[in-house]
Write a protein that binds this ligand. Sequence first.
Ligand code: TEU
Ligand code: CA
Length: 558
Amino acid sequence: MKKTWWKESVVYQIYPRSFADSNGDGIGDLQGIISKLDYLKKLGIDVIWLSPVYKSPNDDNGYDISDYQDIMDEFGAMQDWEELLSEVHKRDMKLIMDLVVNHSSDEHQWFVEAKKSRDNRYRDYYIWRPGKNGGEPNNWQSAFSGSAWEYDENTDEYYLHLFSKKQPDLNWENPTLREEVYKMMNWWLDKGIDGFRMDVINFISKVDGLPDAPAEEGKKYVSGHEYFMNGPRIHEFLQEMHQKTTANYDVMTVGEMPGVNHEQAKLYTDEERKEVNMVFQFEHVDLDSGPDGKWDLRPLKLADLKENLSSWQKGLEHVGWNSLYMNNHDQPRMVSRFGNDKEYRVESAKMLATLLHMMKGTPYIYQGEEMGMTNIRFENIEQYKDIETLNMYKEKREQGVPHDKIMEAIYVKGRDNARTPVQWDDSEHAGFTTGTPWIDLNPNYKEINAKAVVEDENSIFYYYHKLIQLRKQHEIIVYGGYDLILEDNEDIFAYVRTLGNEKVVVVCNFYGNEPTFELPNDIQFSESELLISNYGDEEGTVKQFTLKPYETRAYLLK
Ligand code: TEU
Ligand code: CA
């Protein structure tokens, strides 16, 4: 397996709106990020993934772009961005940008033109269709509720939007549009960025004819995902994109791919195929969703998580590459979702971090994860800002679903869980802003904040720092093989990494019980070294020990 910098790196995701506000308008910005670069350097991360900072009306907080080559007013100006890139590089870190080209904003000049007439030269940059039987062209639903089609009276046609009606899908069947995208990508690459995270990039190839999806009882609109996820030309488009842009630079690419499985991911990330370096998969963050999607809550079974993460580790063990994440701006906070954010918040945060960072792949840390930030429970719906949440709330209330039932789903799965301002210290507004924050803070910022963790040598922050250092010190953590052990144990997630005559045994207790770990007899060794643990007063040996609640240990065996 070829050694490369992006396989050996740890990435930190910044959601700029909620990261740090430098000018008191209550909205995070680029100068705010610059002021925190030393904190990130201290954590030890290598790469920053910056969620969109381009001009946007913020219908979907920047994932609706109205100018791909200019900076959002609220975040600053292009010279602020140039300063950020230079300050990141000065600290020997790298910066990757978010590429959102499945759709643009409806306020992008291309769409403003396209709406003017059916024969406008930009018309086919988007996906327009006449209505059918007096309604939408097909029965697909938008990810943000309702139909995936919006009627345009002026030209008497509908346009497709898999997300909000202000996010019209771009028409990748149009080679002129594709060339526009590649030109824009090269413009950013020539500025010296170190790669792209590609937003729902496996949605860009749709099935010809955009057929109706099979109807579902009692539903006017249905997902239709089989007609736009991993579509017929997706590999062709990704290979063309790579060949015309990133192939010419020493950069990394990670494709966000809802609905991808590990067999498909092997094709997307096989280095011989030159498509993307790695993908963000969703299977592990869908295990606690029922058949009706994310809001249909289902308790997570550890057995499912063990099976799924292991299938990805084995699936891409020799060809392709994994991303390793449990948090981002779309997912609830991992310590609340997979751990215990009450009496074992610190222990379980460290246990989850160990589980991920000792696996094979590139780890991603989401802002605030390194201090164990938790989910939020706002009392009223007006405190929530996310379009996905607000549209769902409105739709379900119209269907007569009780307020409290909807709020329960929002508390567990809402995206605003990850979008409350980063908690820098225990001063007013947690040091995020001197003004009124665009979204309320989590009141626990008094106890959970960056100042507190930086001052506490036993904090989650320094635990992540140590995990990052271990990855640099031990090649086995990056390039070693993976094997699940104790498959049937209902409390413990344990696995072994192997490289040459070395092994790393990782043991994670997922609950508050106190199970006993026994090393399988077929794992032979002559010496063992404890690499990391979250309690610090280890009893027993790697061959057998009893785990405390949410205890984790990693041993190096030779
Ligand atoms: O997310 C794609 C996506 O599928 C998410 O909408 C996810 O499925 C959902 O949010 C789960 O709650 C990307 C961006 O990460 C997201 O922030 C954008 O809203 C979306 O694309 C549209 O650009
Ligand atoms: Ca600001």
